[in-house]
Design a protein around this ligand. Structure first.
Ligand SMILES: [Zn+2]
Length: 252
């Protein structure tokens, strides 16, 4: 079985496992393709450089809502980076009203800029939306033709339906393995197989039973196993569908 980790940060300067070791560990578990996701302009550049050194790694360039306040200079650099080889998506970007590290206005401006960037480069988007769907949907609807995934989706079936109606994919990760929120687990059973993407978000969100350790892309398998169990589906089915979805969306 082959898996794809559609969202990890093993290229980042603060990742504490030797990246080549993390890649080898992933390969040994059948996780043979990874997307390294940028969180600001410098981190996005690192992701591209890292991807250029590894055949099985691709990059996404974006400005996280936490860093939305960086403004125009960062936007300009993203626009340059978006055209580089191995860039397969724009993001992560979106709205985060849980932390509010940047103000709402800055978050909205950065999100809109990146939506336009995605459309002009014909790239899918990796969205980060936390406690902010009510503002996110009206912004999304202003732009026609956007494709993408809501990464780390932990919301309810109402917002799941909103996402599916807009043709979006749903990224599930290790949170599912340790959440005590039954609404979230119920939502995870309702994601159609043809819209499901798997991601680790490593180094964050380590799935059970590896809690307490640094997360690695190899743990995609733990997430897939958990979902297979929760959804009463074969692991093969989860793996094959999520891998084919990732290939479809990101062209990898
Ligand atoms: Zn992330």
């Amino acid at each position: 079985m082959k898996f794809i980790d559609t969202h990890c940060h093993i290229h980042s300067i603060d990742y504490t496992i030797e990246p080549q070791q993390a890649i080898n560990n992933a390969l040994s578990m059948g996780v043979n393709k990874l997307i390294c996701v940028g969180c600001d302009e410098n981190d996005s550049e690192l992701a591209i450089r890292f991807a250029s050194l590894h055949e099985n790694i691709w990059a996404s360039v974006g400005l996280h809502p936490h860093d939305a306040k960086l403004g125009q200079e960062a936007f300009d650099k993203l626009a340059t980076l978006a055209t580089m080889p191995k860039v397969v998506a724009i993001g992560e970007c979106g709205l985060d009203y849980y932390y509010n590290h940047s103000g709402k206005e800055d978050q909205e401006k950065a999100l809109k800029y990146q939506m336009e960037l995605a459309l002009s480069n014909n790239l899918p988007m990796i969205f980060h939306v936390r406690d902010a769907f009510d503002d996110f949907w009206p912004i999304f609807d202003q732009y026609k033709g956007l494709k993408g995934v809501i990464h780390s989706f932990t919301s309810n079936t109402v917002h799941l339906t909103e996402a599916l109606n807009r043709g979006l994919y749903i990224g599930l990760n290790g949170i599912m393995t340790f959440t005590k929120d039954n609404e979230q687990l119920n939502m995870a059973t309702q994601v159609p197989l043809d819209r499901l993407l798997l991601e680790t978000d490593s180094p964050f969100l380590t799935p059970r039973p590896q809690r307490g350790k640094v997360n690695e892309p190899k743990n995609i398998v733990l997430i897939a196993e958990f979902l297979a169990d929760l959804r009463h589906q074969d692991l093969d089915e989860i793996g094959a569908s999520s891998t084919s979805n990732a290939k479809q969306l990101f062209g990898i």
